[in-house]
Design a protein around this ligand. Sequence first.
Ligand code: HEC
Length: 204
Amino acid sequence: MTVSSVGVLLAATLLAASLQTVAEEDAPYPAAAMQRSFEAKKQAGMDRLTQDEVQALCTRYTTATLPPAEAERVQKQSLSSVKPPADGQYLGDFKRGEKIAQTGTGLQSSDDPTKPNGGNCYACHQLAASELAYGTLGPSLQHYGKLRGQTPAALEAAWRKLYNSQADVPCSNMPRFGHQKILDEQQLKDLMALLFDPNSPVNQ
Ligand code: HEC
């Protein structure tokens, strides 16, 4: 056999083996197959593959198909994780917030763990009009503060969304930035300023 046909045979055997084990395992999240396929690399440890209760539920269901009793439980549990800012001040610095929204690095094995994580907000949202590249999985956040005003209710709702998006939408696709310690309190405040400060590029 040539070297390349050995390769093809090996690949086919591996594929057949992995298809079989995936089918045998607990669909839709074949945890054991994932454990075999990944390896720990720097800060990206194997613990990343262990789903919390909400992730496991939201692998099986979407926001729309989650049974009402489970939806209520997810929302209640998510809401109880939301910590308001210790000093009661919601708004930081919008310039720092724009940088965090623009930064898509953090937590990957190839990222420098001594650097702060980004929020990667533009991957899913339109924010400043000057930024032409953005994803559309989430709604546009342009003029966010201008449209809502800085009322206590609007500030609390946005903080809750950033802290744990599933407090509002169970099985939301938006990362739970505060709850999962992706961003710290000051970073969340800076993003709040990006959303609400009248001088922020979001509100121009
Ligand atoms: C992976 C995609 C994704 C990322 C990344 C993301 N979001 Fe979201 N966001 C969503 C989706 C989807 C919604 C719509 C509601 C829902 O399903 O949770 C949303 C909703 C929101 C809302 C509520 C909008 C409203 O109309 O009240 C705010 C505020 C928000 N996101 C801010 C942010 C900020 C700030 C960042 C960056 C730190 C961010 N999001 C990152 C997906 C994302």
